[in-house]
Design a protein around this ligand. Structure first.
Ligand code: NAD
Ligand code: MG
Length: 406
């Protein structure tokens, strides 16, 4: 029997946490996949190492100077990779005719254009970059439909739900789904009293008890904004109203999410908390391929606990739910204000508890019409304008914040 040609994969954001896990899974299946392109922002050293191992056709960095240095390094090592730079190179790669699969693992709004380009070009998209979907919402889903793309969620909760659904996954409500339950680990501050949250540091926020992730998503997990973004992500991916998406805290992170059907059946997907599981699932689907993750020892795991989230200590969840219900450009505003506030917290310019307050302030201004943007049919231009407006407003609010860290 002849083997089919290898599937060509572009790993966008290959130097990040998801990118590295993706390369780990790909390397286990050299006959099945070929790494076509790798992209990074500033970490040209790690990208260079990855190029030596995986020998992609293209590599992309942000700065021209990094590209020149990397090109020279690879040439002298006898590697034929062509190094490109800048954001246009990212969209060029994501839509490249020779790419079959795009792993969208750039963090934040910076991944929007390339992920959208992959959708328009009809690629199979493995979606980790939830911010791109959250901010562009129905526009993104329309690009997927019109471009003939296949969208497979990599976010562990959504990948779990995808696995628990059958039939048309983009219309779960018409498939007898009553609700979906997104599980949340609760993050590092699950049991931290309100008063102590004022003085937590970036390193404490990034010390996640179950998952090792990039710093931005780690802070999002600590504020529960990650679950808020995931709520919006679930509405979009599965065609559900926000009222049918619930969040439940599950500190063990063994059950990755649940789907309840109208007959009372509840289906869940379980596994060790290792992103190589959803990555391997998304790569292989509908086949199953090895991920390198050891079996879950369900006896050792012992008891699985579930509890309601504390919305007072973690107001971000409600802010996201409100943005999901408002629709239009509200999710883009929420996402942008969050990115700016999280960045300020990581730079020690903002206290942890101020993150939610800044986002709330910017959203309120948006709802009050201050941005001049709240159309029901949202174009890409509206999304980008809302993103820029919210970033400016968040910066103003941060400079005024009484809780700014000295
Ligand atoms: P990370 O910070 O570890 O990596 C981010 C990657 O994006 C890096 O390769 C970086 O070079 C690149 N990048 C950053 N800014 C860029 C820019 N302006 N232009 C181009 N490239 C840029 O992040 P991560 O934890 O791997 O997360 C990536 C995405 O996956 C995020 O959207 C996150 O929410 C999502 N996600 C991550 C996990 C996880 O376990 N890490 C789980 C679920 C979803
Ligand atoms: Mg997740």
């Amino acid at each position: 029997m002849t083997m089919p040609p290898p599937v060509r994969v572009a790993v966008m954001g290959s130097t990040g946490s998801i990118g590295v896990s993706t390369l780990d899974v790909l390397a286990r299946h050299p006959d099945r996949y070929r790494v076509f392109a790798l992209t990074a922002h500033r970490n040209a050293t790690r990208l260079g190492e990855q190029c030596l191992t995986h020998r992609p056709t293209f590599a992309v960095v942000d700065a021209a100077t990094d590209a020149t240095a990397l090109q020279q390094q690879l040439r002298s090592a006898g590697v034929a990779t062509q190094v490109l730079y800048g954001s246009d190179a990212l969209t060029h790669i994501a839509a490249h005719a020779q790419v079959d699969v795009v792993m969208a693992a750039i963090v934040g709004a910076a991944g929007l254009q390339s992920t959208l380009a992959a959708a328009q070009a009809g690629k199979r998209i493995l979606l980790a970059n939830k911010e791109a979907l959250v901010m562009s919402g129905p526009l993104f889903m329309q690009a997927v439909r019109e471009g003939g793309a296949t969208l497979i969620p990599v976010d562990s909760e959504h990948n779990a739900i995808f696995q628990c659904l059958v039939g048309d996954r983009s219309a779960a409500a018409s498939q007898g789904v009553k609700r979906v339950l997104l599980t949340a680990s609760g993050g590092p501050f699950l049991r931290t009293p309100s008063a102590a949250l004022h003085s937590v540091t970036p390193d404490q926020a990034c010390a996640h008890p179950r998952w090792v992730m990039g710093r931005k998503i780690s802070v999002d997990s600590a504020t529960l904004m990650n679950k808020g973004l995931e709520l919006i992500e679930a509405c979009l991916l599965f065609g559900l109203p926000a009222a049918q998406v619930e969040v439940v805290v599950h500190p063990q992170s063994i059950v990755h999410s649940l789907v309840e059907y109208c007959d009372g059946s509840m289906l869940a997907q379980l596994g060790n908390p290792d992103m190589r599981v959803p990555i391997a699932h998304a790569l292989g689907w509908p086949d199953r391929i090895h991920s390198g993750v050891e079996s879950l020892d369900i006896v050792r795991a012992g008891s699985l606990e579930f509890e309601a989230p504390d919305l007072e200590r973690f107001p971000c969840l409600q802010l996201a739910r409100a943005a999901a219900v408002a629709g239009g450009t509200a999710p883009a505003v929420l996402n942008a204000a969050n990115e700016v506030a999280v960045g300020a917290f990581l730079d020690r310019r903002l206290a942890f508890v101020e993150i939610a307050r800044i986002i709330g302030t910017v959203l309120q201004q948006h709802h009050a019409g201050a941005s001049g943007l709240m159309p029901s049919a949202v174009s890409l231009e509206d999304v980008l304008k809302a993103d820029q407006w919210a970033r400016r407003q968040a910066l103003v609010a941060i400079s005024l914040a009484a809780g700014a860290v000295a």
